[in-house]
Design a protein around this ligand. Sequence first.
Ligand SMILES: *Cc1c(COP(=O)(O)O)cnc(C)c1O
Length: 416
Amino acid sequence: MTEATVFAQLEIPETIAAGPGPGNTDSRVLARFAAAGIADHMHPAVLRGMQECKRMLRDVMGTKNVHTFGVAGTGWSGLDTMFSAVMPGDKVVMFVNGTFSGIDGLTVRMKAATAEELAANPMDPKPASVTIVNVPHGQSVTGEIVEKALAEHKPMWAAMAHYETGSGRVNDIRGFSDACGKHGVMGLVDAVSSLGVGDFRIDDYPGVAAWASCPQKGICCLPLTYAPVSFTDRYIDVLKTRGCRTFDHHPILEARHWGIIDGKDVEKGTYHRTHSAYAVAAFHEALRITLQHTVAQRAKDYVFHEAALKEAVTAMGCEVTSNMPSLVVLNLPGALKGREKELVESCRAQDFGIWPTLSEPVQVRIGILNLLSAAAISDIVQRFGAALREMGADFDQAKVDQVLDRHYGGRAMAAE
Ligand SMILES: *Cc1c(COP(=O)(O)O)cnc(C)c1O
């Protein structure tokens, strides 16, 4: 008999999570996570916490949709729940402008494929009923692109990422919603990177029938708890008529534990699956923090700090191609082209967690999720500049300092 190997306790260091996500979880969220007692998923305090989360989430998302709750897991869990209503043979138009909307497109193709189409290419089906509209990396999906495609194809569903985190582009949600409304199409939106970052109310976009987000980006809850989702009655009616092929990610069934039954809020949720007291406590605190800060103020803070970071890296000779408020996607200065991954690796080796793009072309991504202070941005700028210099870049530090000075005055280097 061989002896079992017991490894030493796992130590994970603190890093600067300066990527597209996960974001920097607030210490208050971690404190609530650790302070929760062991209690099962039908304990009154856990159920009450879920009820309160549901109500706070409606305020964060800006909606009266009764089917608004969290799906246990990550962004893809919420997205899988949202796409569960898409059935084999359904006509869908999917707009793709980067890594994540590309994967949304794969999800849609898997759901809409007939049995024969799936068997023909199990890992990458190409159903005849799905049209993928590819928008080049670095560009946004515009209202005109959506309008043209929906007018031509007249699908049942259309899907798009609100913010495409792969290329750092904000897509035209107003144009998308309007085109969906005009053509009687049900819009499905991946709001994984926009919720808690941008200032928007989902009820202002009536062409969108369903939304899905994640816990660990704008909501800043890395203990992976709940992916926020919200469904209009229109979407729920489709499910009621046609059903869907999942228990776990069934929007109507999953809602029951959150106290949403037969389209109404009820006092006590009923069992759907096990929920963790720790997860509920952490998610609850993350939503409280978001509402205390307010979605509007948070959005303003992102815009303010992203502008400083963008200008600072531009002063270093980088070319920024993104327009997302929580993320800068850039090309390195000419002489360093082709060395993006090397640069990212050297930063990551020092627990400065920036990222390359995950699909072509190779670019560098620096995110500021929950890094909304002069001190945090100045630290990122200083570290990134040092890494560039180490690779031989030459830029005028005084210009970079001027940028930070202009944005932050004397506060730039002061600890906050
Ligand atoms: C991060 C991201 C996802 C995936 O989220 P996970 O939490 O990794 O499952 C999907 N879509 C977009 C737009 C994202 O930014």
